[in-house]
Each structure stands twice: as C-alpha cells, then as structure tokens.
Unconditional design. Structure first.
Length: 631
C-alpha cells in the first residue's frame, strides 16, 4: 500500500492539493515527547464494550488531535476559541482524543456487526484523498511528512517507526477508517425528507415574521435576591460545589521561560535561480497549471449495446452523419463529468475520432471529439518567489530538524549544548511571561518540559528552541481571598434561577393574557417587531446587538406560539404574531434546491443519531490507575 501512495503522488490533482495544504498551513508537526514515555510501557486505558485501548493508542490519538487543533487555531486565529464554542467544540487535544477513540471503536464494532468491508481498489483510491486521511487518521498523516512534492516517503516511514507502527499497522488503520466512513454513508442513505419539511424550510428562509417581545433585565432579579444576605455556610457550600464539579475557582498552572527564534538566514541557506527554475520545469505540470487540458465532444446515447455497436460502424463509414443526431457537450476539463465518459473523451487522439461504445449512467454511448485545448502554465516570473520561499523553508526545516535531533541525544549527557547551539546561531531570544496551556505550539512544548529543560518546535518557516525556567503549579485559593467574587457569583446564580422560574411561569400565563397585561405588574418592556426574515442579515445583526433573541424567535412556526429565553443579562418572552403569505410560485422555483439542503441536514442528523445510540448502549470504562493528566 505504501507503493500505492507513491504511485498516487504522481497525480497532478493530488500533488496540487498537498501543496495548497502544505503552504497554507506551513510549519512542521513537532513530535511530542509523550511518545517515548508511552512506548516504555503498554497498559489499557479505556475499555469500550470489552475492547481495550492501550495507552500507546491514546497517545497517538492525542498527537493527532494536537495537529487538528493547531490547524483550527491557524485558520481562525485569535477568534479560534469563539468559533470553537459556537461549533460546540473544546480545543483540548486530550478530550478530543478520548472522544475520537471511543467513537471510532464503537463504529468499528458496528461495522463488524453489519459485515461491512471495503475492497482493495477503493482503499487505493482513498489513499490519494489527503483531506480524508488527515481528518480521520491525523496521527498517521501529520503535516510534517508533507513536502512541496507531496508525502515524503522517508518521513512517513520514520514517522510510523517513531509512533511504534509498522506498514501493516498503517494499512490496517486506513482500512478501518474507510469502513467506518462507509458505515456512516449507509446510515445517511437511510434518511428521507417529507414535503412538509421542505415547505417549512422554505417558510423559515423566505417568509417574514412579526413578533411581540417582553423583556425583563437581569438587574431586576439580582436586586431582589440581594435583599437576602448570604451566610458564610452558604458561600462555602457554593464554593465547594463549583470547585468539585467544574473547578471554577482553581488557578491554572502557569509557566515561564525563554524562546529563541532561528531563521533560515542564520543557517546561511540560499536557493539559486537555477534551483528555482529546475523545480518549476520539473513540477509545472503538477503545481503550476494555469488552465487544464480541455476537450469539446459530441455524444449519442443508445438503450442497448448492440444498437450502439451497429451505429458506430455506420458513423465510422460516414463521420458527418454523427453530428445530425448527436448532443454537443460544452468544453470541459477533467473531474467535471462522469468518470467513464470523461476517460473515453480524453483518450481520443484526434479531432473527429470516435470512442468505443462505453457504458455510463445514461446508457450506452459513442463520443466524438470536436476539439482539444492543451493545458497552459503559470509564468515562471509569477511563481518564482513562492517557489523560492518553499524551497528555502524545506531546506531549512531539514537542517534544523537534523540539528535538534542530534542536540536531544547529546543533551542527555550535557544539557548546555542547547545554549551553545542558540548562541552559535545567534538566535533572537524572547522572555516567555507566565502563560497557561492554551494548546498553542509554544505552550504545548513548554508544558511538556521539566524545569530548566529544553525542547523545540517548527512553525511558519522558522525554528524555535524553548527553555522552561519557572512553574507556578495549579492551585485553589482560599475562600477568604475570593470572598467578594464568590458572593457575587452566588447572587448571579440565584438571580438566573429566579429569572428562569419567572419566565417559565409567564409562558404559562401568556396562554390567556396579552403581553401588555403581563407587563403591568412587572418591570418589563414590551415591543413589537417589523417583518423579520432570515435572509435579512443586516436587520438580524442589528436586533441581535440590541439583545433580541432572533434565532429563538425565528424557530417559531405557528402564529400565537410563545418561546422563553434567558441570558445572563435579561430574560425574554417572544410570541409569533404573523407570517407573510406563502409564495407558491417562489416555492416551486426553489423546491429542488430546498429538498437537497433538507436531505443534507437529514443525513447529518441520522449519522449523529446513530452514533448517539452507540454511545447510549455502550459500556465504557477507564483504567483508574492510569494518570490521564500526565499525558
């Protein structure tokens, strides 16, 4: 199977995809020190329905999730945490790894019960699907094994050796990943969508709605609960409960140190114009295609093969007659049409040539080539700078990694070799002020070190050497030091509970009273909205900024329906007053697209429900003697 990967790397599409990912997410994956620790001893850490997962697998999974977390943070930048919360994600590699192991194992067990297997040809095809490999098996295909020309085979072998896997293990895990994917495909295709669901989606997305909204500020409830003094015992009970369940008042561990930045310039690495030009000429068909090869063809479709075969003989004798009955196909490139049709079209050598009779989803076809446009390439001048940067980064990364790997070995006898190395290279130093483990590349390295220890990582075309100089252990301050904060938190929680209870009661009262009547005896504001439509983003953003719960309101589908919604700032009671008239003509125009979108949602829901059922019926145990925090 490794050979299959090597052959697949010759594909222009595949290598182009690799280059995009390698350049967009520049920087090597820093192999964590936990691998060495894990390999020293094997013990089970998770038991899933009797299937035991050993600590080596957990460590590999953590490593893979660290890779994905880094990609996520690179893509979303300073807003990564916010987007993660909106998606319901926790950017904690350990938590993500644990969940992925359990999910994959449950799906493996389901796959076995369903007798699902994939053939070797399909496996070979998917080995060229890099996004799939990096998502499903990130610990097997980390970024650092990807070079400008695709997967570096030596790096792949070295990587597998470092994480304790053989080539056979690699093949087996890829096969299991594909079987899991196939199982979910079968599950999703059991989904369906009703006409009423499609119509409701149209109404949600196109029909405007009017609402009445009753709002009470949190301050009203907070003022009331503060009328009752909190006892010291109540504070202690609250303080202990929050620390037991969610570690609310624990101060996280913080670490400080020094980081030295090493650049390609410090290595004296240069790239000549000849090297750049050679790389361009060797790879322009893979990476630098301006416009791919295109063909224009005609086709005729027949109901049976014999009819098509007889007709082909006639067309060969009288080529001009083909155009009378043929359908002309607009000029196209590869990967835009059905595979068998496309293959036959691009195999035609000359204009006017006929294909053999081929079988497609439409029937039995004969294709005639009308014209062919050869592929064109980006000019050397337009890509030379990016090639130079890529080759420079690759050369530097190789040299830097070789040096630090040697330093790690020598440092076992003499730790000062690290300091000598950065002094020799003239690395620019920067003090690391006290930081928490935010899973950034720097923090990941710093939080694996012992005090006064050194390590390294590679990111964005630069190398970094890190020294840990100070550790402030995680600790829980006394209640006395946090008295004011804990008191305010307790009041806030009581006020929120009171607000939720009040609005649950108001929702019941709204069945027989108007919002104006309800508001008379309360410190409440009542307002009505104009038409609100999900596609009117400007209005939605304005209302959301004013505190209006537009998402919850727009989910109402029946006139008179009421929804309650509370936040840390205020509580809302919303009622749907009117819906714009149904536009039958617009619905019919959008029906096909809406059904496709609704079915896509149904696919996702069915997969989630299937996995949730596996969790619900599973027996999952953890090895209490295993120190998860150590990892």
């Amino acid at each position: 199977m490794i050979t299959v990967i090597r052959r697949g790397m010759k594909s222009r599409v595949y290598k182009g995809l690799l280059l995009v990912i390698a350049l967009a997410l520049a920087g090597a994956f820093s192999l964590p020190g936990i691998i060495k620790m894990a390999m020293s001893k094997t013990e089970w850490v998770i038991d899933i329905n009797g299937t035991k997962v050993d600590r080596n697998d957990l460590v590999r999974a953590i490593m893979g999730q660290q890779e994905l977390v880094e990609i996520f943070r690179t893509y979303y930048g300073e807003n990564a945490e916010l987007f993660a919360q909106l998606m319901g994600l926790v950017l904690n590699p350990e938590v993500l790894a644990f969940d992925k192991i359990v999910r994959d194992t449950l799906l493996d067990q389901a796959t076995q019960k369903l007798f699902i297997a994939v053939d070797r040809e399909y496996i070979s095809q998917q080995l060229h699907n890099l996004p799939f490999l990096q998502q499903e098996t990130p610990s097997l295909v980390p970024r650092y094994i990807i070079g400008p020309q695709g997967i570096e085979m030596n790096r792949l072998r070295n990587h597998l050796q470092k994480i304790g896997l053989t080539t056979a293990d690699f093949e087996d895990r890829i096969e299991h990943a594909l079987e899991r994917s196939m199982t979910l495909v079968f599950v999703q295709h059991a989904s369906y969508t009703l006409e009423s669901e499609v119509k409701n989606r149209f109404i949600r997305e196109n029909s405007g709605k009017k609402f009445t909204l009753l709002t009470i500020p949190m301050s009203t409830f907070l003022k009331k609960v503060k009328e009752q003094e909190v006892s010291q015992q109540e504070l202690k009970t609250f303080f202990d409960a929050k620390n037991s369940k969610e570690k609310r008042y624990w101060v996280p561990e913080r670490r400080a140190g020094i980081v030295w930045e090493i650049t390609p310039r410090m290595y004296g690495i240069t790239v000549s114009n000849e090297q750049i030009e050679k790389y361009y000429n060797d790879n322009k068909a893979r990476y630098f295609v301006e416009s791919p090869t295109k063909v224009t063809v005609r086709r005729i479709v027949f109901n049976n093969k014999q009819e098509a075969t007889n007709a082909r003989q006639k067309f060969i004798a009288d080529p001009a007659s083909f155009a009378n009955d043929a359908e002309s196909i607009a000029t196209f490139s590869k990967n835009t049409h059905e595979r068998d049709f496309e293959k036959a079209a691009f195999l035609l050598k000359n204009d006017g040539d006929f294909s053999p009779v081929i079988k497609t989803s439409k029937g039995f076809e004969i294709i005639q080539r009308i014209s062919r446009e050869p592929q064109t390439y980006k000019s050397f001048s337009s890509v030379s700078n990016s090639i130079r940067d890529s080759l420079l980064a690759q050369s530097f990364q190789h040299a830097f990694e070789e040096d630090v790997q040697q330093l790690k070995k020598r440092a076992l006898q003499d730790v000062t070799v690290w300091q000598k190395f950065v002094d020799e290279k003239g690395g620019a130093s920067k003090n690391i002020e006290s930081i928490v483990n935010d899973n950034s590349p720097l923090a990941q390295v710093l939080f694996r070190l012992h005090k006064d220890g050194y390590s390294f990582y590679f990111s964005e075309g630069k190398g970094f050497v890190v020294k840990l100089s100070y550790i402030d252990k995680r600790h829980l301050p006394s209640l006395a030091l946090l008295q004011e904060r804990v008191t305010e938190d307790l009041y806030q929680e009581r006020a929120l509970t009171a607000m939720q209870e009040q609005f649950a009661q108001l929702k019941q009262e709204s069945q027989g009273k108007s919002f104006q009547e309800i508001a008379k005896d309360l410190d409440a504001k009542v307002r009505t909205t104009d038409w609100i439509n999900t596609k009117d983003q400007e209005t939605l953003q304005k209302l959301t900024a004013e505190g209006v719960p537009t998402t919850q309101l727009l989910q109402l589908e029946k006139i008179g329906a009421v929804v309650e919604f509370t936040t840390g700032k205020e509580g809302h009671l919303g009622r749907l007053d009117d819906i714009q008239a149904f536009d039958e003509q617009l619905f019919n125009a959008q029906k096909t697209q809406l059904r496709r979108m609704q079915l896509k949602d149904a696919y996702q829901i069915s997969q989630q429900a299937f996995v949730a059922s596996l969790y619900r019926n599973a027996t999952i145990k953890t090895n209490e003697s295993y120190n998860y925090n150590q990892q």
